[in-house]
Design a protein around this ligand. Structure first.
Ligand code: CMP
Length: 135
């Protein structure tokens, strides 16, 4: 069943460079309501669990190291068609391919340090939101 929620993280590079406010502004201007919001640090174990689906990928170890290198901001967002619309707002994973006006075009530095995460399906949005905010 399609839901109207998605999950996002503002990644360590964007937090470090003082872009929390700028990114949240783009999210709100994009029509999303912030339902949950928390700044926290991931241990490498927790980062590894979050990205377990990528465990076999060559970039996994570096990704885990990067995602546990400093604070992140985790959030649940609400909007009609949230998952697809948020992926449009953030742009392509690789910022070199991200469209003008997207969050990654503006803030991402590389394919790894790409400023934000966005869930890729309703099912994963629920799993990822529960990972941080589940009771
Ligand atoms: P994200 O959308 O959070 O999902 C997986 C993350 O792995 C991705 O953003 C990037 O931060 C990181 N990553 C690093 N290298 C790659 C790559 N070659 N392809 C896809 N994702 C990558």
């Amino acid at each position: 069943m399609a839901t109207n929620r998605t999950f996002t993280m503002i990644k360590p590079d964007a937090v470090q460079e003082n872009h929390i406010g700028g990114i949240l502004h783009m999210i709100e201007e994009g029509g999303f309501r912030i339902v949950e919001l928390q700044k926290l640090s991931l241990t490498s174990e927790r980062a590894g669990q979050f990205y377990a689906v990528h465990a076999e990928r060559p970039f996994y170890n570096d990704l885990v190291k990067y995602m546990s290198s400093g604070p992140i901001v985790a959030a649940v967002l609400e909007k009609d068609n949230a998952v697809a619309d948020f992926r449009t707002l953030i742009g392509a994973t690789n910022p070199a391919q991200a469209a003008e006006g997207t969050i990654r075009k503006k803030y991402a530095k590389s394919i790894e340090a790409n400023a934000v995460h966005g869930s890729d399906s309703d099912e994963n949005a629920q799993i990822e939101a529960d990972f941080f905010f589940g009771k």
